[in-house]
Design a protein around this ligand. Structure first.
Ligand SMILES: Cc1ncc(COP(=O)(O)O)c(C=O)c1O
Length: 377
C-alpha cells in the first residue's frame, strides 16, 4: 500500500489547454486576458459585481483590510481558531484584534460571543467559514447593521458552498478567497477579493498593484504591494472554476463516505454534516479525539503515518501564538474550545481526486487506530 497524502491536486479538464494558450500567446504576466476572465467568472459564481485577483488568500485579506482603511487602534472581531493570515495584517496595521472562541460542534466562530465584544472602537467583524462549514451569517449581518460596522467574509475554505442558499463569498462588504493548491478552485497559489462596491474594488486593484497611478505611473500617493495574479495562475483558476460543481460533489461524497465509516467509532467527534443553514462542503474532513481515550492528536497522527496515512494538525489558536505573546498581545486570553480543538483535532486525506482504494485505506487505518483506543501513558 502506498502513502495517502492529505491533499493532492484535482484537475478538471482545461488546465493544460489554457496554460498552453498563455505560452503560445506570450501572455504570462498579470496583463494577460485570463486574469479579467477569471475575475469576472469567479465574481459571477459568488454573486458579486467585482472580483480582484491577487497572489494569495493572505494577500486578499491584507488588501481587504487596507481597502477598508482600518486604522491603528480600531478593533476587529476575529475567531481565534483560524490561520494567521486573518490576524497578521491587522497586527501590522496597529489594529486591536479581539478574539472569539469557536463552537464545539461546528468549530466555526461562536456567534453568541460576538455582541459582548463590540465596543465604540469596533469597526469590523471577520467571519471565517471553517473547514468547509459556513458560519451562521444572519446573526452577524444583524449585528453589523445594528452597530454600523463592516462585515468581512473569509470564504477561502468554502468555495462553492452556500449559506441558506446564498453563495459563500457573497456576504458583507468584502469577501476574500484563497486559491492555494488544496482549495476547491486552485491556481497553485492565488486569491481574490470580492465586493459589490465599485470604489472599494478600484482601491483593491490599486493596492495589489503598488498603487501605481494611471496618469503618473511611478508617482505614489499611497503604499501598496505587488500582489498581482499572473495570467498563468488565472488560466489554471478558470479551468478549475469550470469543474467546481463536480469538485464540490466529489468532496461531499467523500465526506458522506467518511461519516458512514466512522459513525460507530467511539471517542471520536466527527464534523457536523449539515446545520439548519448549510451543508458541510468538507473542504477538509476533521476528527477530534477524546482526550480520555486518546493521546493528543499529534500522537494519533504519528500512528496514522505508520499506516501510510497523511494528516494535518488543526489550527493553533491565534491568542496562543508566540509571535503575538512575545509582543505582549493576547496574554490573558483563554478560549477553551479552540484550545481543545487544537490539541485534539487533525484532518485526514480530503482531496477530491482520491481513488476508491485510497479512501478505503484511510477508513481502515482510522478504524484500526480508533479500535485500539490508544492512551498517551
Ligand atoms: C480561512 C483561510 N484564510 C486565508 C488563507 C490564506 O490563503 P493563502 O494560503 O492562499 O495565503 C487560508 C489558507 O489556507 C485559509 O484557510
Amino acid at each position: 500500500m502506498s502513502f495517502v497524502p492529505v491533499s493532492s491536486p484535482h484537475f478538471c479538464g482545461n488546465e493544460k489547454r489554457y496554460l498552453q494558450e498563455c505560452i503560445e500567446s506570450g501572455w504570462v504576466s498579470s496583463e494577460g486576458p485570463f486574469v479579467s476572465r477569471f475575475e469576472a467568472a469567479f465574481a459571477d459564481k459568488c454573486d458579486r459585481k467585482h472580483g480582484v485577483a491577487v497572489s494569495s488568500g493572505s494577500a486578499a485579506l491584507e488588501v481587504a483590510f487596507s481597502a477598508l482603511k482600518i486604522q491603528p487602534g480600531d478593533e476587529v472581531i476575529v475567531p481565534t481558531f483560524t490561520i494567521i493570515s486573518c490576524v497578521a495584517p491587522l497586527v501590522r496595521m496597529g489594529a486591536k484584534v479581539v478574539f472569539v472562541d469557536s463552537r464545539p460542534d461546528t468549530w466555526c466562530m461562536d456567534i453568541a460571543q460576538v455582541e459582548a465584544k463590540v465596543t465604540p472602537r469596533t469597526v469590523a467583524i471577520l467571519a471565517v467559514h471553517t473547514y468547509g462549514l459556513p458560519v451562521d451569517m444572519n446573526p452577524l449581518i444583524e449585528l453589523t447593521e445594528k452597530y454600523g460596522i463592516a462585515l468581512i467574509e473569509d470564504a477561502a475554505e468554502s468555495i462553492g458552498d452556500h449559506y441558506r442558499g446564498r453563495a459563500c463569498g457573497s456576504f458583507g462588504v468584502i469577501s476574500t478567497i484563497s486559491f492555494y493548491a488544496n482549495k476547491h478552485v486552485s491556481s497553485g497559489e492565488g486569491g481574490m477579493v470580492l465586493t459589490n462596491d465599485a470604489e472599494l474594488a478600484e482601491r483593491c486593484r490599486s493596492l495589489r498593484n503598488l498603487c501605481f497611478q494611471r496618469e503618473k505611473r511611478f508617482y505614489h500617493e499611497e503604499l501598496g504591494w505587488n500582489y498581482r495574479m499572473s495570467n498563468l495562475q488565472a488560466a489554471m483558476g478558470l479551468a478549475q472554476l469550470e469543474g467546481l460543481s463536480e469538485t464540490s460533489r466529489l468532496k461531499r461524497a467523500l465526506g458522506t463516505r467518511y461519516q458512514q465509516a466512522f459513525k460507530a467509532l467511539s471517542g471520536i467527534q466527527l464534523p457536523v454534516d449539515e446545520t439548519e443553514y448549510a451543508n458541510n462542503g468538507y473542504w477538509v474532513f476533521g476528527l477530534i479525539f477524546d482526550p480520555d481515550t486518546f493521546p493528543e492528536a499529534d500522537q494519533v497522527a504519528k500512528q496514522l503515518k505508520q499506516l501510510d496515512i497523511g494528516t494535518r494538525p488543526f489550527f493553533y489558536p491565534m491568542h496562543l501564538q508566540p509571535v503575538f505573546n512575545e509582543a505582549g498581545l493576547f496574554l490573558h486570553d483563554r478560549f477553551p474550545v479552540s484550545e481543545h480543538l487544537s490539541t485534539q483535532g487533525l484532518y485526514i486525506p480530503s482531496g477530491a481526486s482520491m481513488s476508491d482504494e485510497q479512501i478505503q485505506q484511510v477508513c481502515d487505518a482510522v478504524t484500526q487506530v480508533a479500535n485500539a483506543g490508544v492512551h498517551s501513558s
